[in-house]
Design a protein around this ligand. Structure first.
Ligand SMILES: [Zn+2]
Ligand SMILES: [Zn+2]
Length: 131
């Protein structure tokens, strides 16, 4: 995907889901990839507890609870879990699209959702993707 297309997609995503731009939580706070615990959903929250320092998805963060964060970061962990809890249920799609838009993930038809299901500006940007 050329940089201009990625830029359009990033802007469309941010208009629809401003939460993607957070620094300490969300797709910018973790390395692009699947959850370190379930290996199914994308990573959403960085963890630092006894369970290891990798990023986990929303459900796994909830399951880990306080164990996901070290003693010094319990407050951050609780805030991160509360933040994740209020995201729309389609957060995994939006997180994957964000990584496509930033160039961290290559567009993969199996990961990129059906544009018809997405808000018009995001769908329009997606339709410019190759393939
Ligand atoms: Zn998970
Ligand atoms: Zn910590």
């Amino acid at each position: 995907m050329d940089p201009a297309t990625r830029h359009d997609l990033r802007r469309a995503l941010l208009e629809h889901a401003p939460w993607l731009a957070e620094d300490d939580v969300g797709p910018r706070a973790v390395e692009a990839g699947r959850c370190a615990a379930c290996e199914q959903l994308p990573r959403l929250l960085p963890t630092c507890g006894p369970s290891g320092g990798a990023g986990v998805c929303r459900g796994c963060a909830e399951t880990l609870g306080e164990d996901g964060w070290c003693a010094g970061h319990q407050e951050e962990g609780a805030l991160a879990r509360a933040w994740a809890a209020q995201l729309p249920d389609r957060w995994p799609e939006l997180v994957v699209l964000w990584w496509v838009a930033t160039g961290e993930l290559r567009p993969d038809p199996s990961l990129v959702p059906d544009p018809d299901d997405l808000p018009a500006p995001v769908a329009a940007a997606l339709r410019q993707l190759p393939g």
